[in-house]
Ligand binder design. Structure first.
Ligand code: ADP
Length: 265
């Protein structure tokens, strides 16, 4: 493990996209450190660089300047230590639930009868016991996202990058899934970075929320969530007396980052 238990670090990171229209500075001089086991959310207006940051953490694009570190080592490409979960579940319709959840193991070459047992165990832990031989079209949106989570966890990554994984779901299912994801990641001691548009979700799920501004993307504020809210499940957190003030502080920071436009969307 890295010094001081730092799992992820952005050290003076900038990224410039270059295409036929020219070069544009997407994110500038980012400094961020995420401890092992910590849950951090990124919030900010569209275009502030959230996807760019996740892509750099995943080793999918290199920083133009600075360093991205994972477990104390510079990231130079995709790693099995990092799992990615997206808004869309990208399950293959012709594969069973078990075979979808085992996709990463297959790609890694670590699929075996033992690892398939683990996949079945994960599916059961995520509330889908005995569903391994079913197909994606038989499942609801929330169930499909749980399969996507099982697929991400099956390869045992240390870090989960969550790119709006709940935003396509109905509110009721979304709240249930927030609880399940937080509980599961805590139990397994995973480090997580969540990108979300939903400030209440960020406040309810995270240890720390990072607020970004755009043009160029940069970190403008950081809010450490109070202990009692962190200790509660996301559903319970929303009912705690201090929750509204965390939400209001995030709203104010985001409003400032957007130049007073928060809520116009
Ligand atoms: P967010 O996820 O917060 O909406 P992005 O990381 O997608 O922000 O984008 C950050 C900035 O980089 C934006 O100004 C966006 O237009 C620009 N950008 C993103 N991807 C590309 C690309 N492939 N080529 C050129 N510019 C890009």
């Amino acid at each position: 493990m890295a010094d001081g238990n730092r799992m992820l670090e952005l050290l003076g990171v900038s990224h410039v996209y270059v295409n036929d229209k020219g070069a544009s500075l997407a994110v500038e001089e980012l400094e961020l450190s995420v401890q092992s086991g910590e849950f951090v959310s990124l919030v900010g207006p569209s275009g502030c660089g959230k996807t760019t940051i996740l892509s750099m953490l995943a080793g999918l694009i290199p920083p133009t300047r600075g360093n991205v570190m994972l477990g104390g080592e510079a990231v130079s490409g995709p790693s099995t230590k990092v799992g990615y979960m997206l808004q869309q579940d990208f399950l293959f319709p012709w594969r069973t639930i078990r075979d979808n959840a085992a996709l990463g193991l297959e790609i890694n070459g670590t699929k075996s009868s033992l690892s398939l047992k683990k996949v079945d165990g994960l599916l059961a832990d995520l509330g889908l016991p005995g569903s391994g031989s079913r197909y994606p079209h038989e499942l609801s949106g929330g169930m499909r996202q749980r399969v996507a989570l099982a697929r991400t966890l099956a390869t045992e990554p240390d870090v989960l990058l969550l790119d709006e994984p709940f935003s396509a779901l109905d509110l009721h299912i979304k709240l249930q899934l927030e609880d399940l994801v937080q509980q599961t990641l805590r139990k397994l001691g995973k480090t997580a970075v969540l990108v979300t548009h939903d400030l209440a979700e960020a406040a309810a799920m995270s240890d720390r929320v990072i607020v970004l501004a755009a043009n160029p993307g940069r970190i403008v504020a950081e809010l450490v969530v109070p202990d009692d809210i962190r200790a509660a499940s996301p559903m319970e957190a929303r009912r705690l007396p201090g929750f509204q003030s965390v939400f209001d502080r995030l709203w104010a920071e985001l409003d400032a980052a957007e130049g007073g436009l928060a809520g116009d969307e």
